[in-house]
Design a protein around this ligand. Structure first.
Ligand SMILES: Cc1cc2ncn([C@H]3O[C@H](COP(=O)(O)O)[C@@H](O)[C@H]3O)c2cc1C
Ligand SMILES: O=C(O)c1cccnc1
Length: 349
């Protein structure tokens, strides 16, 4: 399996960035979180004049064996139907990509339907859905490697487009289930605190989802003696689209791109990426906290402060895309605002 060469950005510029921000014509600290964002972006880009170039959105699609256990309110057909809908420009993700000028890459890594005639969708299908993790691992080691590599491949495409900020999103009916299991096992949090309604289960549905996931996790723990490493947990429960998202986040961090993180599912992928390479977190901006049970706790676990709180629970990358204008504002602040000297304002502190 490839390794990723991910470093914490060099902190040598920290004082110069702080000085520039504090010298802008405003009371010290008065642009709040925008100042922290600008700081993070300057460090990632190693400059006092950061830029956001050619933003790209990567959307990976895949189906899940665990869907057969009725852990989602929706059937798996929705995955391919939505992928085709995205290809026609009709999804939530499409309108926000259009709004903010993101180039959208749609990638089939494991949808249980032949999408190869659709030229707007890249065909990187590893298998038509993962295996059901109630019985054994969702994917083989080889499939795990492949899924990570697809993620990296598409970040390389974005990079070749001149992009320096990527959003990552997903489409995969039932994928809140593996996300909850990752959160529980990688975050050491009781499983039921990680489980929510997903795309709209009622209380009885959530109880059933919890029964299924508890059975699968208990079986896994007795099989592995509770000693499984991070890669094994990710591979055993993950979806192809989720593992590709992990690979994309890691490659983006390796290349020094900003990663804009979406909702519950993508935050679970961020956790997986950070468990593998802790420095990857320095490159991540967390777009929002959504309404899926567990999302807030997952963000807290990562020490992440989400930018928005809009009650979203769609996925696809929509929450990350909605946060993009805030990121733009932070970059404008540090590039365009006058400082006390050139605005001829008396510096009083
Ligand atoms: C029409 C529709 C569009 C979606 N777009 C994203 N999701 C979201 O819901 C799914 C996860 O929820 P669960 O684990 O409960 O299935 C994922 O596909 C996620 O992207 C959708 C779900 C539906 C039904
Ligand atoms: O926050 C998310 O990513 C999410 C929540 C519920 C359903 N689909 C996605």
């Amino acid at each position: 399996m490839r390794t990723y060469n991910i470093h914490k950005p060099d902190a040598a510029l920290l004082d110069a960035i702080r000085h520039k921000i504090d010298n802008l014509n405003k009371p010290k600290g008065s642009l709040g979180r925008l100042e922290d964002l600008a700081m993070q972006i300057c460090l990632i880009q190693q400059t006092l004049t950061p830029k956001l170039n050619n933003p790209c959105h990567l959307l990976f699609g895949g189906d899940h064996g665990i869907e057969h256990e009725k852990v989602s309110v929706s059937p798996r057909e929705i995955t391919w139907q939505q992928m085709l809908n995205f290809a026609k420009g009709g999804g939530g993700v499409n309108m926000f990509c259009r709004q903010h000028g993101f180039k959208l890459y749609l990638v089939d890594v494991g949808v249980d339907y032949d999408l190869s005639n659709c030229h707007e969708i890249y065909n990187r299908k590893i298998a038509p859905g993962t295996a059901n993790f109630i019985d054994g691992p969702a994917m083989s080691e080889e499939q795990y490697r492949q899924a990570l590599d697809v993620g990296a491949e598409f970040v390389d495409k974005c990079h070749a487009d001149g992009c320096n900020i990527v959003c990552v999103g997903e489409m995969g009916i039932a994928n809140t289930s593996p996300s909850s299991v990752w959160m529980s096992l990688l975050g050491d949090i009781p499983l039921d605190e990680c489980i929510g309604a997903g795309a709209g289960l009622d209380n009885a549905g959530i109880r059933h989802k919890s029964d299924v996931l508890n059975r699968a996790v208990n079986r896994f723990i007795s099989e592995t003696g509770g000693k499984a490493d991070t890669n094994t947990v990710i591979r055993y429960f993950g979806g192809f689209e989720m593992v590709s998202a992990v690979g994309a986040m890691l490659r983006a961090a390796e290349l020094g791109l900003i990663v804009l993180v979406d909702g519950f599912i993508m935050t679970a992928c961020a956790l997986a990426a950070v468990r593998l390479y802790p420095e990857a977190k320095e490159y991540m901006i967390f777009g929002h906290v959504g309404d899926e049970n567990g999302h807030r706790r997952l963000l807290d676990l990562l020490g992440a402060q989400p930018l928005l709180n809009l009650g979203l629970r769609l996925g696809e990358g929509t929450g990350a895309l909605c946060a993009y204008p805030i990121v733009e504002s932070a970059v404008r602040m540090i590039n365009e605002m006058n400082n006390f000297d050139n605005a001829h304002i008396t510096k009083y502190f």
